[in-house]
Design a protein around this ligand. Sequence first.
Ligand SMILES: Cc1cc2nc3c(=O)[nH]c(=O)nc-3n(C[C@H](O)[C@H](O)[C@H](O)COP(=O)(O)OP(=O)(O)OC[C@H]3O[C@@H](n4cnc5c(N)ncnc54)[C@H](O)[C@@H]3O)c2cc1C
Length: 282
Amino acid sequence: MSVQVARSIDAVLDHLSSVSEATLLAGGTDLMVEINFGRARPPDVVAIDRLDELKSLQRNGRVRMGALVTYTRMLDEDPGSLALREAARTVGSPQIRNAGTIGGNLGTCSPAGDTLPVLAALDATVVLRSRAGERRVRFIEFMTGPKRSVRRADELVTAAEWDEAGPAQTFMKVGTRNAMVIAVAGLALVVDRVRHRVGIGIGSCGPTILGAPDAERFATGMFDEAGWERPSWPSEAARTEFGRLVASAARPIDDVRGTAAYRRQVLSVMGARAIARVAELT
Ligand SMILES: Cc1cc2nc3c(=O)[nH]c(=O)nc-3n(C[C@H](O)[C@H](O)[C@H](O)COP(=O)(O)OP(=O)(O)OC[C@H]3O[C@@H](n4cnc5c(N)ncnc54)[C@H](O)[C@@H]3O)c2cc1C
C-alpha cells in the first residue's frame, strides 16, 4: 500500500487523474475501520487532512463549508444551520467528532450518514473539483444508492454549500441506544420563514436519503395559513398528518438495526414532534 500526504489541492487532483485506484483519507473514521477489519485494501492512499483550503467555513447568507470541517467544529463554531449542529452532536464520540469530516460523510455516502438528511433538507449543493474543473451538484442528485454517488473517481469533494435558512430547523435520530450509534431512522426538517420553503430529509429509511414532497406540501399549506413569520402551534391532527406523510415517503427495509414497520412508526412520531418544534422557532 502506498500512502502519500498531499500538500496542495492541485497535487491531489493530479494524483486522482493519473492513478485510477487512488483513495482519499480525511479523518479516517470510516476508511480506517474498513482497512482494520480487512474489508478494504486500498493500494494507493492520499491523505488530504493537511489541506487548509478545505478547512474553511464561510458565512454571508450562503454557507460554504469546506470538506475538512469536523463535527467538533460544527459544534464549536456556528455552522449556519441549527439542524446540522444537532446532527453533529449525535455523531459518535468526542474522538470521532474531532476527526470525522463532512467531506468524509459525503465520501462514504451511507444512508445512515447523519449530516446527509440535513443537506437534503437545506437543498445543499456539493462542490466537486477535478483536473477538468469545478462542478456543483444538488445533494438530492448527488447520492444514487447506498454508499454510491455521482462523484467520479478523479473528483475531490471540496465543500458543501447552502443558503442560510433561519432558526426553524431540527434534526432527530433514533438508534438502538443513546450515543455512539448508527441511526435506525433520522429526520431533518427545515422551515425557511423568509423564502417560504419547507425541506425534509429522511435518513436510514431507504437506499438513499429521501425527501418527502407530500409532507413538504402539507407543511407549506399549514404555514401559508398560520403565517410564515409567526410562531404557531400545529393542532394534534396536523402533527399526526404531517408525521404520517413523512413516514409514507420512506422505503425502509428490515435489517439488524430495526424492522421496516418500526422505522415507519419512528418516522411518524419524529415527524409529528419535528413540525411542532420548528413551528415554534422563529
Ligand atoms: C465509532 C464510530 C462512530 C461513528 N458514528 C457516526 C455517527 O453517529 N454518524 C455518522 O454519520 N457517522 C458516524 N461514523 C462514521 C464516520 O465518522 C463519518 O462518516 C465521518 O464523517 C467520516 O469522515 P472522515 O473524515 O473520517 O472520512 P474518511 O474515513 O477519511 O473517509 C471516508 C470516505 O470518504 C472519502 N473521502 C473523504 N474525504 C473526501 C473528500 N473530500 N472528497 C471525496 N471523498 C472523500 C474517503 O476516500 C473514504 O471513502 C462513525 C464512525 C465510527 C468509527
